[in-house]
Ligand binder design. Structure first.
Ligand SMILES: [Zn+2]
Ligand SMILES: [Zn+2]
Length: 306
């Protein structure tokens, strides 16, 4: 049985084709990439001289020199005056990753995201600030040690522009409608008073997860205390469930948000469970082999953080 599904509000489609690969275990990759040693790691404490000087550091008060450290990317995708490319090393621990963070560590990472977003959003000529993580070699991480990247652009990305051109014509924010539509649905993985995490009806990869705030905000700088503390819980819980269900998969997560234009912040996590093959490249239509309802059910069953 297969089914064509349309995106919530864009003219985009995916085909849900439940084939052979059905259970999370079928997506576990044997090759985990190469773990490099901490001694040679440019992101480990003690090796700071291997990277450009820091733009900012954030501390937990643990007595360490830093717990989150930000600096210019040594090989930037963009340089001044066209834009900025920063690396955010989100833990001093060589084998650490957000799926295993404590609330305090996750809180500090989110604080760094918010602060660095705000810093670049205020720069002259910057129209968009992209925050994303590549976890694992298959997701594009060239350095093993956990880190996030920030690229500040002098243009509005077509991905956001395409959404905004439709959103502008609608009476109601489609993401607010998605929150209503998905609350209590069989695609929900976790929800709390402030956030909902679910497997989207239209997905591009198996086990894709979207996290949406119930309250309409443009970007992470508008998160209040209640939203921040519940985001930390739900984000950490989702990442740990994906880690446990898919045995530490490679994944990308990224924040969809705007600086000034009206938009509804959303965070998307895409495990690298499949590749864009010929059909996807040819049509832009994604074939997913696990129905989002089944993916959500698997992720609900995995024991998350306690
Ligand atoms: Zn390291
Ligand atoms: Zn909204």
């Amino acid at each position: 049985m297969s089914e064509i599904r349309r995106h919530y509000f864009l003219n985009e489609y995916c085909i849900v084709a439940s084939g052979r690969k059905r259970r999370p275990h079928d997506f576990v990759k044997k090759d985990k990439g190469i773990r490099t040693s901490a001694k040679d790691c440019p992101f480990c404490p003690g090796n700071e001289s291997m990277t450009p000087p820091e733009n900012a550091v954030y501390r937990l008060g643990s007595g360490r020199p830093w717990d989150v450290r930000c600096f210019d990317n040594l090989y930037p995708a963009l340089n001044k005056p066209h834009g900025y490319h920063e690396v955010i090393v989100d833990t001093p621990v060589h084998d650490g990753s957000p799926a295993g963070f404590s609330d305090e560590e996750m809180n500090l990472m989110v604080e760094a995201y918010r602060d660095r977003f705000d810093f670049y959003a205020r720069k002259e000529g910057i129209s968009y600030v992209s925050i994303f993580k590549n976890h694992g070699r298959e997701a594009g991480a060239s350095i093993y040690h956990s880190h996030t990247q920030l690229i500040a652009l002098p243009l509005m990305p077509p991905e956001i522009e395409r959404e905004r051109s439709i959103i502008k014509r609608l009476d109601r924010c489609p993401y607010c409608s998605i929150v209503d539509q998905e609350s209590g649905s069989d695609r929900v993985i976790l929800e709390n008073r402030e956030w909902i995490a679910f497997s989207p009806f239209y997905s591009q990869v198996p086990f894709e997860v979207w996290i949406l705030p119930r309250r309409h905000i443009n970007n992470i700088t508008y998160m209040d205390q209640a939203q921040t503390s519940s985001f930390i819980r739900i984000f950490r819980d989702i990442l740990s469930r994906l880690r446990d269900a898919l045995e530490d998969p490679a994944y990308n997560y990224h924040f969809m948000q705007t600086i000034g234009e009206d938009y509804h912040l959303n965070i998307r996590i895409l495990p690298r469970t499949s590749i864009r093959a010929g059909f996807e490249l040819n049509t832009g239509v994604y074939i997913i082999t696990v129905p989002p309802e089944d993916a959500a059910s698997f992720l609900r069953e995995v024991r998350g953080i306690r």
